[in-house]
Design a protein around this ligand. Structure first.
Ligand SMILES: NC(=O)c1ccc[n+]([C@@H]2O[C@H](COP(=O)([O-])OP(=O)(O)OC[C@H]3O[C@@H](n4cnc5c(N)ncnc54)[C@H](OP(=O)(O)O)[C@@H]3O)[C@@H](O)[C@H]2O)c1
Length: 276
């Protein structure tokens, strides 16, 4: 698949990581449909940036928690583009809608997490499949550590919902393989210019120091552009044999072992000896 001139839809494409993906795909010459929920100004701004890069597209409002709105969004994509090549499921509701500890979480918060991730993906991929051309790409943006560990108690609903999303990728990968459509999940580490900016200043500072201090081996947080680059790679023709995978895009953060102090993990006597 030559990427230039293809058609992409990104849910939650107006801000944060979604915007990074939209701009990187636009840089590669794709037409981009930018889904948003409430912040029309941000969506328009992203579309203007897409156009400034020489690509085109449109904005489409829809709440991915509601299947009928997802269906309406895909009808609009069909009307505007006629077909689809890339579907990126990236939207996630604001933290207060799902963020509550395990023993307290209300069922409506649980439902919001699952509806916005697993159910939205189930409905979205089936809708996408109806208009997607051979060799298309489906990419889910997950946060895999939240589904593997149990320590971040208020993340329980989103951790479970993201896990279900990753499982769905594997099932859809098999279901769509005969059409040459790949289905993968990308798992970013902590990213600048995203939901991070909505956290209290001291929390942002702690997260920066933690990662820059060594818990991300590459020594920095990721950027929306880093994730946009990873999506663009998966969209290339050369990535056509990669399917059903959950791929960390995190500068090595997922390689660190939380059971060991950092100074023990980072002691490198071998390297020190060689250098001497
Ligand atoms: N940020 C990180 O460090 C990080 C790390 C790992 C994984 N992720 C994942 O990356 C994705 C994007 O995260 P982010 O931090 O970039 O998010 P963000 O900056 O909070 O942006 C969220 C986007 O989703 C849209 N949205 C919110 N609720 C929606 C709904 N009900 N229906 C449709 N769209 C909705 C927003 O639209 P409006 O502008 O209209 O509100 C916005 O475009 C999420 O799936 C998240 O779990 C993020």
């Amino acid at each position: 698949m030559t990427i230039r001139g293809k058609y992409a839809l990104i849910t939650g494409g107006s801000r944060g990581i979604g915007r990074g993906i939209a701009l990187k795909l636009a840089e590669s010459g794709l037409n981009v449909a930018i889904n948003y929920y409430r912040n029309e100004a941000a969506a328009k701004d992203t579309l203007a940036k897409v156009r400034a890069l020489g690509s085109n597209g449109f904005i489409v409002q829809a709440d991915v928690c509601h299947p009928e709105e997802i269906s309406r969004m895909f009808r609009q994509v069909k009307d505007e583009f006629g077909a689809l090549d890339i579907f990126v499921s990236n939207a996630r509701t604001e933290a207060p809608t799902f963020y509550q500890p395990t023993m307290e979480i209300t069922l409506d918060k649980w439902d919001t997490a699952v509806d916005s991730q697993a159910k939205a993906f189930l409905v979205g991929v089936r809708e996408a499949s109806g208009i997607m051309r051979e060799g298309g790409r489906v990419i889910a943006i997950t946060y895999a550590p939240g589904g593997r560990f149990g320590s971040w108690q208020p993340w329980v609903a989103m951790g479970a919902a993201k896990s279900a999303l990753e499982v769905l990728c594997r099932y859809f990968a098999v279901a769509l393989a005969s059409r040459g459509i790949t289905v993968n999940a990308l798992s970013p580490g902590w990213i600048e210019d995203s939901v991070l900016n909505s956290l209290p200043e001291p929390v942002q500072k702690t997260i920066h120091e933690w990662h820059e201090g060594g818990w991300t081996p590459m020594g920095r947080l990721g950027t929306p552009a880093d994730i946009g680059n990873a999506v663009t790679l998966l969209c290339s023709e050369e990535a056509g044999w990669i399917t059903g995978q959950t791929i960390a895009v995190d500068g090595g953060a997922s390689l660190m072992d939380g059971a060991l102090p950092l100074e023990i993990q980072q002691s490198t006597p071998q390297r020190a000896k060689t250098a001497a």
